[in-house]
Each structure stands twice: as structure tokens, then as C-alpha cells.
Design a protein around this ligand. Sequence first.
Ligand code: IMP
Ligand code: MG
Length: 181
Amino acid sequence: MLKDDIKEIMIDEEKIKEIVSDLGRRISEDYAGKEILMVVVLKGSVIFAADLMRYIDVPVKLDFLQASSYGSGTKSSGIINIKRDLENDVMGRHVLIIEDIVDSGNTLAALKRMMSERQAASVKICSFLSKPSRREQDIEIEYIGMDIPDEFVVGYGMDFNEAYRQLPYVGVLKPQVYASV
Ligand code: IMP
Ligand code: MG
């Protein structure tokens, strides 16, 4: 069973709902009178984005992109590879980038720069989780659901080797799961 690989539940379903509804309320207030283009960063942010948009009461349109770090182990450069690009032109749009979790911040720093270069009217970031102790890039994240310690988490969209995304809570993996890969 999937849940046998989980050491502890860090954020349960009730707490997730509280966090996401609160973010939705803040975003709705801040974007009053505007239309949001949600740029959902695949794949980890899909469940968060689907929940979040239902708590936003200004018009929202959806688009998706997928990015990966260039090479392996070269995390500090901030250079990312766009594996799948947006369908929409972001010029003049109010872009809200949706992330599952910010670690070094390299991915988001690059995406934010890219959206500005494409002349979005505004670019903000909303991340469900953040690990501030891991940050390498000094980026502004306008909306953060919750800061967490430096532990590898799965569930609510987040994966380890593409697994565990379907767990309805955020959990910490047992160390033996890593050891066996
Ligand atoms: P960054 O560019 O270093 O900030 O990397 C952020 C990305 O790494 C996230 O979008 C996730 O895909 C992945 N990531 C970072 N920490 C975790 C974690 O604890 N669990 C699952 N994925 C993570
Ligand atoms: Mg991600």
C-alpha cells in the first residue's frame, strides 16, 4: 500500500483546505476587476491548481507548462529547459504562476523572467509550499500556502519517481523508500 511508505502526515486534508481557501480569498481580493491567466507548472501543481481555482471568484483562464532543470546536478545556474510551452500568448495578461513547492527557487526565477520577457502585464507566483532554508535565488513569492522544513514530501500532486501524487495529504516518505531506488 502506498501509505505504508509514509513516515508521517505533515499536512492533512482539512489543513490543506484551510490553506487553499485562504490563498483563494487573498488572490480574489488582490485581482478584483482583473482576469488571471494561471500558468500551471506541470506536473506537481495540477491538484493544487484545480482546488485553488475553485476558491477564486475573479475570471481565471488556465494554461500549462512543463520545465526541467538543464543537465543533472547543475542546479545553481537557474537555466531551465522548457519541455512543454504555453498555448497562450502572455503579452498584456496578468500571469499567476502556480507551483507545488519552491526549493532552490531556480525554476521559478527562470519562469518569472521568461513571463516578463514575453511582456505579461504582471507576473506573480503562488506556491502551495516553500522550503525557505533551501533557497538559492532571491525571488519574491507573493502567495505561499505554508513554509515547511527541509524534508522531502509527497502527495497532493507531489511525487517521488512519479509516484505518490494521488495521496490526498502531504506526507514525509520513509527513508528506506529512497534507499531502495
Ligand atoms: P527548485 O527549482 O529547486 O525550486 O525546484 C522546485 C521543484 O522541485 C518543485 O516544483 C518540485 O517539482 C520539486 N521538489 C522540490 N522539493 C520537493 C519535495 O519535497 N517533494 C517533491 N518535489 C519536490
Ligand atoms: Mg514542480
